[in-house]
Design a protein around this ligand. Structure first.
Ligand code: AMP
Length: 276
């Protein structure tokens, strides 16, 4: 596997490659990331992954400082998976002029609802780095996880805004045996917190199973209360249309629906979602 640290080296390595699949990550890799790499390897001549903890998308410095870093383990997973190259730039390489005054991306409604509401500026920071990475790698195919449901919608919008010739492929959420969505942030949980966190997936599946027998508001309330008994503080638990992310007050047979959750456990912010 080639480990590449600058955009110039990247261009030299990729010139002439006919089909490039790309998986951007923030590291502390797990099977969720590796699943994306494996999918890309099936569909492209060359597959690359980037590891870059993007300072521009964190709302709090402390969250950035505590973001798990585990590069030795990451390298081992990437080598085992057979990834062709790893792009591992420094902050200065990606933001030579700093990241305080970034390009503004007009994300409209997506930037004001759910993650947009609770993490102001977060998606603009995500767009800034994904835009730069796409310009550097110039892949045909970009692989992202449905775990970050709203982020996938934002990146679709970014591709429209920038008119980059990149196809976005969204892959299903990989879960632990107890249903917890795999996440780098899970590494920050204690063993007890880690097992409590499985309540999130249980709550989402309960809502999915009972969608024909109860109102969303009643199921939402019960779920928030059951999460609270596990010390999980809900930021939002919302029902939305999968195509537009418009919030729905109740189940609606005419819409494709998704339930989205964000909350905190032991100071760690966790998100998950389930399509109904
Ligand atoms: P991150 O390193 O958390 O920024 O994630 C990098 C990419 O991996 C994003 O496209 C995520 O949606 C995806 N990803 C993270 N966790 C999972 C998971 N459990 N299943 C599938 N994809 C995931």
């Amino acid at each position: 596997m080639y480990i590449i640290k600058t955009q110039n080296e990247l261009r030299a390595y990729l010139t002439g490659k006919s089909s490039i699949g790309f998986v951007p990550t923030m590291g502390a890799l797990h099977q969720g990331h590796i699943g994306l790499i494996e999918k890309s390897m099936q569909e492209n001549e060359v597959t690359g992954c980037s590891i870059f903890v993007n300072p521009a998308q964190f709302n709090h410095q402390s969250d950035f400082d505590k973001y798990p870093v585990n590069i030795e383990n990451d390298l081992e997973l990437l080598l085992t998976a057979g990834c062709d190259f790893l792009f591992l730039p420094t902050v200065n390489e990606m933001y030579p002029h700093g990241f305080q005054s970034l390009q503004h991306y007009d994300l409209g409604y997506l930037d004001s609802v759910l993650e947009g509401e609770f993490r102001p500026g977060h998606f603009n920071g995500v767009c800034a780095i994904v835009h730069k990475l796409l310009q550097a790698v110039m892949p045909q195919n970009l692989y992202m996880g449905a775990k970050d449901f709203q982020q996938c919608m934002v990146i679709k919008r970014l591709l429209e805004i920038t008119a980059l010739p990149v196809q976005l492929i969204i892959c299903p959420t990989e879960r632990e045996a107890d249903g917890l969505a795999m996440s780098s942030r899970n590494l920050r949980l204690s063993a007890e917190g880690r097992s409590r966190a499985a309540t999130i997936y249980k709550g989402l599946t309960h809502i999915r199973q009972h969608q024909y027998s109860g109102s969303f508001a009643a199921l939402q309330n019960a779920c928030i209360m059951s999460l609270a008994t596990q010390n999980i503080e809900t930021e939002y638990l919302a029902l939305a249309d999968t195509d537009t992310l418009q919030l729905l007050p109740d189940f609606n047979a005419g819409s494709n629906m998704v339930v989205l959750f964000a909350g905190r456990l032991e100071g760690v912010r966790l998100i998950d979602n389930l399509t109904l």
